[in-house]
Design a protein around this ligand. Structure first.
Ligand code: FAD
Length: 286
C-alpha cells in the first residue's frame, strides 16, 4: 500500500528505519530486529540505500522484499541519485516496480570526494521529476528541521523543500534532531511555506559516545544542554549511557506523540535492544 493511502485513513503513523547488513554478513542477521519491530505493527519500515558506488544496493531491495512478503509490513526504499545516470536509475526503478515496491524515499545522496557525481540528477526533485511520468510510486522526501548543511539560509531551504513537494513528494521524513522545539518551529514554517504534506519527525536514540561524535560531524543537529549533560556524565559508562540515551529518546518521542504531528520515524540502527526498549516504552501510547 502507498504511504499516501495510509494517511487517508490514519492521522498518525509509526515507522522505523533500518539499513541492509554489510555484504559479508548474512541478510538474516536483521531478523532479530525485524521480529521486535513487527510486534508494534508499524505502518512502514524504510530501508536505506548505500551511497553512490556502494555494492550493497541490491541488498536494499532484498531487505524491502523481506519486509513486505515475510513480515507483511509496507517497505519504503531509499533511492539516491547524485552518483547515478538515467539508465542506472531507470534500472533500479524497473526492479522495484517488478518486485511490487510502491514507496520510494527520493534522495540526492551525500557528496563524496571518493565517488564521482554523474551530473545528471542534481537534486532529489530531479529524481522525482524523472521517475514520476513512468512509474506509479508514492514518493517521499527528506527534510531538515535545522537546515541541510549546504543550505545558505532557512528561506532557501524551505523554498527548495517546496520544489520537492511540488515535484511529487507526498510525505517528508526529517533528519534526526535532539531539540523538539527545532522540529515544532520547522513544522510551523513548512505550513507557512505552503508545504501541506505530512512532515514526519525522525528520532534517533543515541546510545554510545562514538555515535554521538559521528552525529556531531555529520548533521546540523543542535545539542541541548540537557542532552550534553548526559553525554558528559556518562560517556565512559556504556550501560549508563545506553539507559540515559534511551530515556532521552523516549521523552522526545512522548513529547512529539502528544503534539499534533503526523507520526514518528525511529532510526533503529538495526539494534534489537534499542527497538525493544523503545517499543516497550510506547506500546500503550501509539
Ligand atoms: P536535496 O533535496 O536535493 O537537497 C540537497 C541540498 O540542495 C539542500 O541544501 C537543498 O536546499 C538544496 N536544493 C534542493 N533542491 C534545490 C534546487 N532545486 N535548487 C537549488 N538547491 C536545491 N543518504 C544516503 O546515501 N542513503 C540513504 O538511504 C539516506 N537516507 C536518508 C533518509 C533521511 C530521512 C534523511 C533526512 C537523509 C538521508 N540520507 C541518505 C542523506 C541524504 O542523502 C543527504 O542529506 C543529502 O545530502 C541530501 O539529500 P536530499 O534528498 O535531502 O537532497
Amino acid at each position: 500500500m502507498k504511504i499516501s493511502e495510509i494517511y487517508k485513513n490514519k492521522k498518525r503513523t509509526l515507522s522505523f528505519e533500518i539499513f541492509p547488513p554489510k555484504k559479508d554478513s548474512r541478510l538474516d542477521n536483521i531478523d532479530d530486529t525485524l521480529d521486535v519491530l513487527a510486534e508494534l505493527s508499524p505502518d512502514f519500515i524504510s530501508v536505506t540505500f548505500g551511497a553512490g558506488g556502494s555494492s550493497n544496493c541490491n541488498r536494499t531491495i532484498e531487505l524491502a522484499k523481506k519486509i513486505k512478503y515475510k513480515y507483511g509490513i509496507e517497505p519504503v526504499v531509499h533511492l539516491t541519485c547524485l552518483h547515478y545516470d538515467s539508465a542506472e536509475i531507470e534500472e533500479f526503478a524497473r526492479v522495484l516496480n517488478a518486485e511490487g515496491i510502491e514507496n520510494v524515499l527520493a534522495l540526492r545522496g551525500d557528496k563524496s570526494d571518493k565517488v564521482p557525481e554523474k551530473n545528471v540528477f542534481r537534486h532529489s526533485s530531479d529524481l522525482i521529476n524523472f521517475l514520476k511520468p513512468g512509474y506509479d510510486f508514492c514518493f517521499l522526501g527528506a527534510c531538515y528541521p535545522e537546515c541541510h548543511p549546504e543550505s545558505p539560509d532557512r528561506v532557501s531551504e524551505l523554498r527548495h523543500l517546496k520544489y520537492k513537494v511540488d515535484a511529487g513528494a507526498e510525505a517528508l521524513i526529517s533528519q534526526l534532531f535532539f531539540d523538539n522545539d527545532a522540529f515544532f518551529n520547522f513544522n510551523e514554517e513548512c505550513k507557512i511555506a505552503g508545504i501541506d504534506v505530512p512532515v514526519i519527525p525522525g528520532v534517533m536514540p543515541v546510545i554510545n559516545a562514538a555515535q554521538i561524535k559521528r552525529m556531531i560531524s555529520m548533521c546540523n543537529a543542535s545539542f541541548p544542554e540537557r542532552f550534553q549533560k548526559i553525554i558528559r556524565r556518562y560517556e565512559d559508562n556504556k550501560e549508563a549511557l545506553f539507559d540515559a540515551g534511551m530515556s532521552y529518546a523516549l521523552s522526545q518521542i512522548i513529547d512529539l506523540l502528544v503534539s499534533d504531528i503526523p507520526g514518528i520515524h525511529l532510526y533503529t540502527m538495526n539494534n534489537p535492544a534499542v527497538a525493544r526498549r523503545i517499543c516497550e516504552g510506547i506500546k500503550n501510547i501509539v
